[in-house]
Design a protein around this ligand. Structure first.
Ligand code: 13P
Ligand code: SF4
Length: 336
């Protein structure tokens, strides 16, 4: 509670600052951000779903696992996390003595919001002999209740580090959980959560698009629904999808994940074509509304004023850290 009040206060100061301080349209934000990085010994970590300008100014771009691994090792004094709240929170848990900034504190995640700790506790109590594996897209409170954390790129390795007969609760993403049940041949009990971006891809429209682009391969993130995953040529985390486009011989791909990743795909494969998969309605819902709350202007202001900052109490950090460290250890052993 204290943390929320503190963060809201910071946010208000910052909002007020935004009103007073218009970022001049003539300002070279790339140059100014580079100056701030040096001056403040700060590092910028960005997720692949961030807008292209943010990806271009970042020191590291990655999926949730890679960004957590970099956060664990960084020597920088300030970590600026261009991503969503649970990612910045993970960086803070791994670096309690460092300042961790998030350009917009309201950048949440539907998976995290769809798993309230009080209901999750009751869910765990209903399955007393189960261990809890939680997808990193959850709050620190859920991490505290978990035995180990996973991301989309290490979920298989994390699950398979437990014996086949071990009963498991998997939360909060039911689509990733169902896909993992399928490929690991387990029957994990799934929390009923989903991602608002990945669950809205239209199977019908993807099939129509495939008719038009017969040579295109369909590649998808495992947060998509089973019906979509069944028609894909490849399924992987954001890094997995990017690497696939680098090594695969096809020249055209239909990308069934948040459209931000296409920036790196195009940069790495200038001769290939990437087609964003169409959503159910004619909306821009293949852009994550949380990820896209961050902007280059907000990134600059957050570095200048060192706010909003992720503030967490010691007790939460201590308890949420164990399952994250366990994830990092298993990943290291698995060569991930
Ligand atoms: P990745 O770990 O694959 O980058 O996924 C993060 C995410 O939020 C997907 O929606
Ligand atoms: Fe969360 Fe979905 Fe956005 Fe990823 S794309 S941050 S899972 S809402």
């Amino acid at each position: 509670m204290q943390e929320i009040i503190l963060q809201e206060a910071q946010n208000n100061i910052l909002k007020k600052g935004f009103l007073d301080l218009e970022v001049s349209p003539t300002m070279d934000l790339f140059l100014e951000i580079e100056k701030l990085k040096k001056e403040k010994k700060a590092v910028i970590l960005a997720h692949y779903y961030q807008e292209p300008d943010i990806q271009d100014v970042a020191d590291y771009i990655g999926d949730s696992l890679k960004l957590a691994q970099i956060a664990e090792k960084t020597q920088a004094e300030i970590i600026v996390f261009a991503g969503v709240h649970f990612m910045a929170e993970t960086a803070k848990i791994l670096n309690p003595n460092k300042k961790v900034l998030l350009p917009d504190l309201h950048a949440g995640c539907s998976l995290s919001e769809g798993c309230p700790p009080d209901l999750f506790k009751k869910f765990i109590n209903k399955h007393p002999d189960h261990i809890v594996i939680s997808y990193i897209n959850c709050s620190a409170e859920i991490k505290k209740l978990s035995d180990v954390i996973c991301t989309s790129s290490n979920a298989k390795a994390i699950i398979e580090s437990f014996p086949k007969e071990q009963k498991i609760i998997f939360a909060p993403d039911k689509n990733l959980g169902a896909y993992m049940n399928k490929i690991t041949k387990r029957e994990m009990v799934l929390w009923n959560g989903s991602c608002i971006v990945h669950e809205q891809f239209s199977l019908e429209k993807i099939l129509k698009l495939k008719e038009k682009h017969k040579q295109a391969k369909v590649i998808a993130h495992p947060e998509c629904e089973d019906a979509v995953l069944r028609i894909t040529d490849f399924i992987g985390s954001t890094s997995g999808l990017l690497n696939f486009t680098k090594t695969d011989e096809a020249l055209e791909y239909i990308i069934v994940t948040e459209a931000g990743i296409i920036h790196q795909m195009e940069k790495n494969n200038p001769n290939k074509k990437f087609i964003p998969a169409p959503p159910e309605n004619n909306c821009a819902c293949n852009n994550c509304p949380h990820m896209k709350l961050n902007s280059l202007e907000k990134l600059y202001l957050c570095m200048k004023y060192e706010a909003p900052e992720i503030i967490m109490d010691e007790e939460t950090i201590k308890k949420a850290k164990n399952p994250i460290i366990k994830m990092l250890e298993i990943s290291k052993k698995a060569g991930l």
